[in-house]
Unconditional design. Sequence first.
Length: 239
Amino acid sequence: MEAIRITDRISYIPATENPLSADVGIIEGDDAVWFYDVGANEEVAEFIENYDTGLNAKSERKKKIAVISHFHTDHTANLTRTSFDKIYLGKLTLKYLNIIKDSQSLHDSHDSATPRLSQSEKINFEENTEVVELPVEIDDGIKIRISEIASSHSKGSLYMQAGDYVFLGDATVYGYKRERKFYNTQLLQKEIQELKSLDAEHFLLSHRNRFAKPKRAVVSMLELIYAQRKPNESEIEIF
């Protein structure tokens, strides 16, 4: 398995359908290699585990860091097969991972649990797990920003910006409810505003034929959907 290179610092492993596994972003920092989502495909897990991070300027092994977009298992299942020096995720994602960590529904081929999380007063977490409630900004040779983004697909979704590129996972995808496909009108409006405010020209969307898309194209697509809203209705149904 080989990653597809976008820039000298950014590459990705494409999504698969069988098993359903999200695209995995890879950002080469000066002191760490960052993975945005970890997928569910066992070959991807092996790729991540065996990834040679190389050395930093101090000849120390670079850290391996994961940023999880949301809790859906095609984005998270390989947390059971991989190890990281640090994991960034949203509060809601951590909550759901704790709920399903002993459930076979995490991923049918797994017989192991999600990362074991120790108990604290209010929320379970490990030393290497950081819950993102306020934006995280780090300069690792490339400017990194991790923050929440409004999404109809999954509450508590995180985006990760690396220079001129923004990893969005499934944040722009519609939500599901009893086989219905829809966008929450208020969330979609907020998401459009947030996406417009990002100082980047390229958005990276999981499960798409073309992973990297121009910012203007993604915003325009969502604006067209938002224009279909009806007065006094909180949802825009997708057919």
